[in-house]
Design a protein. Structure first.
Length: 260
């Protein structure tokens, strides 16, 4: 004990309070009570008993109140000694950690954020794929159902059980609806601006393609048939010369030799 007291005397220095800045007080409530009443041993013991060391909240609150009481005690004394207690606006202090270490921390946080964003995007893509597969299966099931109902209606019509052809109209409307529902918009058919200008200037000559096609009426109509003209095989009338024919090969050769 004597050695400890001697060491304490060697370490202790008789300096001014502004050099030491040591304040030893209880919590802020205890300090207020001490200011109004004279402190006693029983009072401090009761305050110590009020704080349960196993209760984290009470323990931290006691530390907070003790620090608050120390601030309330020390600030007026510093102001009395004309010591500034606020940091100036142009105050510069060196950071506890170096810039390189902070840069590494930033890179690590950035990499974590990017990994979280990638995982979130992957989750969204998986959800979209599941939704797309679900929609696709629903469309396929709907088509199969329509096809089955169409085949059943056709079988009933073939067997004579039904005389209605409404299923054909339903099939056409459904196919048209599928075509219209496609993403690409269909362009309206019709002549372009150049064709319309030419039709306006020169007129529309009517249908050209298929104008010489034969029909049933034209096939049965033989009123304009002439036996004389048809391949020169019709009956000849007496007193008229037969139609000119091309001379044969030998006659043509003789004619050429005579001309020479």
């Amino acid at each position: 004990q004597d050695g400890l007291k001697q060491s304490l005397g060697d370490l202790r220095r008789q300096l001014a309070w502004v050099e030491r800045l040591d304040v030893t007080l209880g919590p802020v409530e205890a300090a207020a009570d001490a200011a109004s009443h004279s402190p006693g041993e029983g009072h401090s013991a009761s305050r110590k008993e009020d704080v349960d060391p196993e209760n984290d909240f009470q323990r931290e609150m006691s530390f907070y109140r003790q620090a608050q009481a120390a601030v309330l005690e020390a600030l007026p004394r510093l102001h009395k000694l004309q010591v500034p207690t606020r940091r100036p606006d142009d105050y510069f202090a060196e950071m506890a950690k170096s810039d390189q270490q902070m840069q590494k921390i930033r890179q690590k946080l950035k990499s974590k954020q990017e990994a979280m964003e990638k995982s979130e995007k992957a989750k969204q893509l998986r959800a979209l794929r599941k939704y797309g597969k679900k929609v696709q299966t629903e469309i396929l099931q709907k088509r199969q159902k329509e096809k089955k109902s169409m085949l059943n209606a056709v079988k009933k019509y073939q067997k004579g059980l039904s005389d209605k052809l409404d299923f054909l109209d339903e099939g056409q409307t459904s196919s048209q609806g599928n075509k219209k529902g496609s993403g690409s918009q269909r362009i309206k058919k019709g002549p372009n601006a150049k064709r319309r200008y030419k039709n306006q200037k020169f007129g529309f000559g009517g249908k050209k393609k298929g104008s010489k096609w034969n029909t049933k009426e034209s096939f049965n109509d033989v009123s304009s048939f002439q036996a004389k003209v048809a391949h020169n095989k019709g009956p000849r009338k007496a007193g008229k010369k037969a139609l000119n024919k091309r001379p044969g090969k030998r006659a043509r050769q003789k004619m050429k030799s005579r001309a020479r």
